[in-house]
Design a protein around this ligand. Sequence first.
Ligand code: NZQ
Ligand code: ZN
Length: 394
Amino acid sequence: MQGNFTYYNPTKLYFGEASLDNLKGELANYGERVLLNYGSGSVKRNGIYDKVVAILREGGKTIVENPGVMSNPTLEKLDEGIRIARENKVDWILSLGGGSVCDYSKGVAASVFYEGDYWKAFWEEGNQPSKGQRILPIGCILTMAGTGSEMNGGSVITDAANNNKLGHVFDSRLMPKFAILNPRFTMTVPVEQMKAGIYDIMNHIMEQYFSDFDDNTSDYISEGLMRSLIVASRAAVKNPQDYEARSNIMWTATWALNTLIKCGKTEDWMVHMIGHSLGAWTHAPHGYCLAACSMAYYRRAMEKGLAKFVRFAENVWGIQPSTFNHKPSDKEIAEAGMEALRQWMQEIGLPLTISEIGATQKMIDDIVSTTEIFPAGYLDLTAEDIKEILKESL
Ligand code: NZQ
Ligand code: ZN
């Protein structure tokens, strides 16, 4: 394994059907005034909101409500949350929802005590809050599996006025102090969103796996996670109420992006950069945006990182030279792996083209113009290359 790294993850996780029981005990660690961030109503419809509010009230907390955190949260909504937090002098934040609410909560937590333009400082320039800056602690009750936001510092916010979706990875001070993961809570997620989450998880693993040429323990962990996800996703698509499958998906999502499998890796993340830009222009679910441009991207990457793609074919999809009726070349094995990935995506019902998520030929220049481009994984792309990838994905 090459590279130097520090591994530190301070989030305490409570997992399983009884995990919400732990909220009561956590309350003693935080102040009286809690900002309760949640989305557009799912938590009220499925009863999770009532359960959480009852525990908070019983624990003597004053709840400051901030509903309406939308999927792909906007800068405008972030401004509003910061204002509410400041006016009500909240002591901590409880995020109740999916990755969007959790990402948003980090944005509020980092910005409440920041004097200046937080959008510019954190998302545009990628700075961390200064050492002495006060940051609100966050707890997360997760209702949808996918982003890994429950155990990382990621916060993706969209400046909707400029179609600019920017992600920032905050340092460990912004990782949730605790996260409650009850797979049962994800059962009401619409099937389309569940599928988007599944591909988001798969792609997080791929973004880290498809980089470097050395033998790295992190890659073996990634292969195990991908295999588990493939099995669980097939079961969950057949029967979305399959608890075993949903719990494995939820657990895989956390490990896919809680900083473990990036140890010793240079990582890629260009599918995410293209996907974020696609999301800003089409408003399609995050995982769908990634799926829609993946095949064209990975076909290119395969040429440069062939050995890893052979390994992906063999260790993740079970393709062996003996599956062929002749001695296959490495390229043939790698291509068979890509084909297995494509078939799985098709089988579980993911979009394979950007047309399916509402992107058109006419939008391509705009999408390229808001894509952050950097050398990554096996490729060093130009804006022209991104344009080609998007055209091939139409
Ligand atoms: O708003 P509500 O009513 O809650 O509905 C949500 C939303 O419409 C619904 N939902 C969530 N839990 C539900 C439910 N509906 C019924 N029952 C439940 N139990 O599902 C919809 C999608 O939720 P959202 O939170 O937007 O999805 P996700 O978790 O995929 O988060 C997406 C956001 O995370 C960012 C994405 O870019 C996007 O903005 N990401 C964050 C990352 C990170 N923090 O590291 C990394 C990712 O790559 C990603 O970029
Ligand atoms: Zn993602």
